[in-house]
Design a protein around this ligand. Structure first.
Ligand code: ADP
Ligand code: ZN
Ligand code: ZN
Length: 767
């Protein structure tokens, strides 16, 4: 008998021992089906051994070892062990939650051979000159396939509509699909291989000969025509870009680089060249991005730069089938580029040679439930483990990363100029809202500027980080406010459907006609959200085409895509939106950005609020004047002399970061302090506080050097009828904090907590 230790999706921090008959091959990383209580479950073998501490009569045999291609590598198992350990989350749950849903089921995964496409016999015989000229994309596909068979990704890289057009060609019989398992027969006179002239684009300034596998990189076992790609070397790098590329390319083994480049400095171009360097050598690239909304756009972009490359994306918007398919493309090495949101950090890339984390400061890299990992930090660990370079890119690096780069732990790479010579940084202006005429939250000056832009057929963007019409409804008679009866927060007024809606718990009501407290009819909205801004603009500019972009207006999956197309076609005069609009979108006609209500973050209780605000404002400002037209940014504030706005106006990230770091150091905040947050919530206040008080007492009893703060209410002390409170532990040494947590966690596990939900959050971002 062999013993296997299995990770199962249960909230216990142990592995479970089972036996496997001697004659059955089993290895770590394989999935197994095992009996657990009265059920059966799918688990992952973490270790194989000969002995167990369990009594022989209690240990049960594995029901089935799943022999399919989806086994996890030793490297991935190590990564998951690290995450379980560092974030103090049960190994089984960590392991299973990292897998695509299909791999968690108890069915073996039949990996379908990747379909490829080639001309059919009639397609080969077709004279392209007789093919309808207006079917542009279909012609392009036929021409491509006349050169060589292609897989779907390669065809999709030809055009956004190539997928649909391909279907039409197959339906009409010009093109046929075949599986790669079938031997390739050259379908036409030309060979199945790409010609060298396809591989190097004509205006390339770099030696970009595809010389296949280079010693030192693992081979990925992919079909050779899949590994082909073309490089569109569209730009000559600037000196700074070239230097950054050279430094990263000369890295041997693990190094963490921080690419700090102002907006428009061409960080993406640096990524592209780094990727090309790796692709030439047959390596795989993992590119992490914060927003699922950005992936389709980036996918198209990288396809256009690397025609023919096999690029897959991984994010939560994919269907289960797509997700599994893409995961396996990465795992078999067929995918040369894996582009994904935070969950893709757990993808398997056997040929991994480079990791890039774009917008590394973005808080959406941190998962806020379950395994509360930071994908950026896990990526750094992973790069280290695999001995490959990692590049963190941002215009406004997190203070953690910036500090690490300054102290020499990371290597700083700077892009200080804009890539396009004539593109200038936007000018910034502050408007004191107490000294100007305001119209429901928009100043007269800003409205006039917008009017001028409309006259010049340029776009304006108004940024306000609040959706709905107004954040609260108030009674003029008695001062009643529209509080949520289930939460400590306020109900937001949505005038479109005349409702009050709680953004914390989703509870909603019709807008009352009279004050529920005193009966007065004098109810009025207080403050502004996107809808109110939109209606003020409609009144002032009845002719203008106004587009609101927030979570309400983009609920429909395709909505945002359609909106982007309208913006790019210059069918919009004024954009009103939340931070959704701030991220990585290039709107060429945009020349004016107004930040309407940034003040809340200046004096927030969250010590990271100012850092986030700075990053957001730099990002929205970066939307203005990207093309040949100079941009202007107007900030409406009651505190025009605040250092944050002055630094912003001077485009002085360095100065701002230095002052923030000095403050953080004085106050004992990260990055000079490492933190872990214990959170608890439950229906009864007493249960919540008793649990946290006991946890506090247990912590004190450990007599450890860490700092144990008091039990306090959460920033939203009641949500959906649950009382919420928390307890913060911190230490100036990461190791000490970890040591403490290792001793504390088993004690927490023994505390009575039947009516509670609690969690431990290491390196918390939310307070
Ligand atoms: P970032 O991501 O740093 O904000 P981008 O990568 O979006 O900047 O680049 C800004 C613009 O400059 C893009 O339109 C890009 O095509 C262009 N660009 C980047 N590098 C170069 C270069 N070396 N020469 C000319 N244009 C460039
Ligand atoms: Zn009232
Ligand atoms: Zn609520």
């Amino acid at each position: 008998m062999q013993i296997v230790r299995v990770a199962l999706d249960v909230p216990l921090s142990t592995l479970f021992d089972y036996t496997v008959a001697k004659d059955i091959a089993v290895a770590p990383g394989q999935r197994v089906i095992v009996p657990f209580g009265r059920r059966q479950m799918t688990g992952v073998v973490m270790e194989c051994g000969a002995t167990t501490n369990m009594a022989p009569e209690r240990i049960k045999p594995v029901k089935q070892v799943l022999h399919d291609s989806a086994a996890l590598s030793a490297g991935l198992l190590d990564l998951l062990r690290f995450c379980s350990d560092y974030y103090h989350y049960p190994i089984g749950q960590a392991t299973l939650s990292a897998l695509p849903a299909r791999l968690r089921s108890d069915k073996p995964v039949i990996s379908k051979p990747v379909s490829s496409y080639r001309l059919s016999a009639s397609g080969t015989a077709l004279d392209l000159d007789t093919f309808p000229k207006r079917k542009v994309v279909q012609r392009r596909i036929l021409m491509k396939l006349a050169e060589q068979p292609c897989n779907l990704a390669q065809i999709k890289s030809l055009s956004a509509t190539a997928g649909t057009r391909l279907k039409a060609l197959v339906a009409e019989g010009w093109v046929e699909s075949f599986s790669l398992a079938t031997p390739l027969t050259p379908p036409s006179a030309s060979s199945g291989q790409a010609k060298p002239s396809d591989i190097t684009s004509s205006h390339s300034t770099m030696p970009s000969k595809n010389d296949g596998q280079v010693a030192g990189y693992p081979t990925c076992g992919r079909g050779e025509q899949i590994a082909q790609y073309t490089f569109d070397n569209a730009h000559t790098l600037t000196g700074e870009q070239q230097q950054a590329v050279d430094v990263v390319n000369s890295a041997r083994g693990y190094t963490c680089f921080l690419l700090h480049g102002i907006t428009g400095s061409g960080k993406t171009e640096v990524y592209v060249h780094l990727m090309h360097h790796v692709l030439q050598r047959g390596g795989q690239i993992l590119l992490l991005v914060p927003e699922i909304n950005l992936t389709p756009q980036l996918e198209l972009y990288f396809h256009s730069r690397f025609p023919g490359v096999n690029l897959v994306s991984l994010h939560s918007g994919l269907s289960e089938g797509e997700r599994l398919h893409n995961w396996q493309q990465a795992q078999t090495g067929a995918a040369q580029i894996v582009l994904g949101t935070r969950l893709s950090v757990f993808a398997e890339l056997p040929g991994l040679a480079l990791i890039i984390v774009d917008e590394e400061h973005d808080s959406s890299f941190k998962q806020q439930d379950g395994l509360r990992y930071s994908a950026r930090d896990v990526a750094i660990f992973h790069a280290n483990q695999r001995g490959v370079p990692i590049v963190l890119g941002s215009a406004t690096p997190s203070l953690e990363s910036y500090h690490n780069a300054q102290s020499g732990r990371y290597r700083m790479l700077k892009l200080t100029g804009r890539a396009l010579a004539d593109a200038r940084l936007p000018t910034m202006r502050r408007i004191n809202i107490n000294q100007t005429v305001m119209h429901h939250g928009i100043s007269e000056n800003l409205l006039r500027e917008i009017g001028q832009r409309i006259a010049r057929k340029e776009q304006s963007l108004l940024f306000i980080n609040r959706r709905g019409y107004a954040p609260v409804l108030m009674c003029g008679g008695c001062g009643w406010l529209s509080g949520c009866k289930h939460c400590a927060g306020k109900m937001v007024l949505h005038l479109n459907d005349k409702r009050l809606r709680c953004h914390h718990c989703g509870y909603q009501l019709h807008v009352p006609h009279a004050c529920p407290s005193c009966g007065s009819a004098g109810l009025h909205p207080v403050g502004s959200g996107t809808q109110r801004v939109e209606s003020v603009l409609r009144e002032r500019f009845p002719e203008a085409r106004i587009l609101r972009v927030d979570r309400d207006s983009t609920r429909n999956k395709r909505a945002w895509q359609t909106m982007r197309e309208r913006i790019h076609a210059n069918e919009v005069d004024i954009l009103v939106g939340t931070q959704m609009l701030a991220k990585g979108h290039d709107f060429p006609a945009l020349t004016l950005v107004g930040a309407l209500n940034p003040d809340g973050a200046l004096y927030s209780s969250d010590f990271r609020a100012a850092e986030k605000l700075f990053a957001q404002l730099v990002q929205v400002a970066g939307r203005a004047g990207r093309a040949d037209k100079p941009g202007e940014v107007i900030i409406q504030t009651a505190f025009p002399d605040h250092p944050l706005f002055r630094a912003l106006q001077a485009h002085d990230f360095e100065g701002w970061a230095a002052s923030q770091l000095a403050e953080r150091k004085m106050a004992g905040f990260p990055p000079f302090m490492y933190q872990a947050m214990l959170r608890a919530e439950g229906k009864q206040e007493a249960d919540v506080y008793t649990f946290l008080d006991r946890a506090h007492a247990a912590a004190v009893e450990l007599r450890h050097t860490v700092e144990i703060l008091g039990v306090v209410p959460a920033s939203l002390p009641r949500r959906a009828n649950h009382i919420r409170a928390q307890l913060l532990i911190q230490s100036m040494k990461r190791k000490e904090l970890q040591q403490f947590l290792r001793n504390w966690q088993p004690l927490l596990d023994t505390l009575p907590a039947q009516k509670l939900r609690w969690s431990l959050d290491v390196d918390p971002l939310e307070f």
